[in-house]
Write a protein that binds this ligand. Structure first.
Ligand code: ADP
Ligand code: MG
Length: 245
């Protein structure tokens, strides 16, 4: 029986497998036994499936941009050491659902370091998701009426690591603070969170509007948590670039 490539591609499509470049796959491997050919094909399918899942995890993480630990100047920012970050980049803490809080004024590198750990997590095969607190609240408020919010919430619920950026930038009303508490509470002990905030914990009640809910949120957040207090000048201000030089 002579089987055409189109026929095989049709079967691959019916089985929802990945399209395979047979010429490339079998190039120089003409002497394979039937079983070896099947094995080679299945291994290729597996690799293509893994590649597809990796691309999808990268895309669904919704990182605003990529940053690395290698690109961070630890000479400029001395509140955290390279050794500390390299230790955290082994990502073993996500297995115990530990959290990390980067606290400090604008421009000191909180989001940079949070994203660099998100990148490490993605490279290690974890499901990672990035949201600003503002967007997270929007998702929580609209998940019952908007399909995209419902889908995103489902994705967050299956993530191993969620970065919540810019906590403290905007004040929350009572409903929003409660939604934030419920989310933190639902994630605690099961999902790792990386929080960045321009406010110290003692100032959180100011934007959360209520001391009781603040205590409840912090209680869950810091139970298993690495707190990195960052000080110093804004990297943006010190390294600002002008148009005319
Ligand atoms: P924050 O989140 O604390 O406001 P960012 O992480 O957004 O600050 O940093 C602002 C910009 O400065 C980013 O482009 C970031 O990559 C860069 N940056 C901040 N600190 C450093 C540093 N120590 N080394 C290299 N780049 C830095
Ligand atoms: Mg930031």
């Amino acid at each position: 029986m002579i089987t055409s490539t189109e026929h095989i591609n049709g079967l691959i499509s019916d089985l929802r497998l990945q399209a395979v470049d047979f010429n490339k796959l079998f190039n120089g491997r003409k002497s394979l036994t039937p079983l070896e050919s099947v094995e080679l094909f299945l291994k290729e399918e597996l690799q293509l499936k893994i590649d597809k899942q990796n691309r999808s995890r990268q895309k669904n993480a919704k990182l605003p941009y990529t940053k690395t630990i290698a690109a961070f100047d630890f000479g400029f920012q001395r509140s955290v050491t390279k050794e500390q970050m390299l230790q955290l980049s082994d990502m073993t803490w996500v297995e115990q659902a530990y959290n990390i809080c980067f606290l400090g004024p604008p421009g000191v590198g909180k989001t940079h370091l949070a994203i660099s750990l998100a990148v490490e997590g993605l490279n290690k095969g974890y499901i990672v998701a990035f949201e600003t607190l503002e967007n997270l609240i929007k998702i929580l408020k609209t998940c019952e009426i908007t399909t995209s919010s419902r889908r995103r919430l489902k994705y967050l619920q299956k993530a191993t690591l969620i970065i919540i950026d810019e906590v403290g930038f905007m004040p929350l009303n009572a409903t929003e603070a409660n939604l934030f508490f419920s989310f933190i509470s639902a994630m605690s002990e099961k999902t790792s969170l990386i929080i960045t905030s321009n406010k110290g914990f003692d100032e959180w009640a100011d934007f959360l509007g209520d001391q009781t809910i603040t205590t409840a949120i912090l209680d869950r957040l810091v139970h298993h948590c690495e707190i990195i207090n960052m000080t110093g000048n804004s990297y943006r201000l010190e390294h600002h670039k002008s148009i005319t030089g």
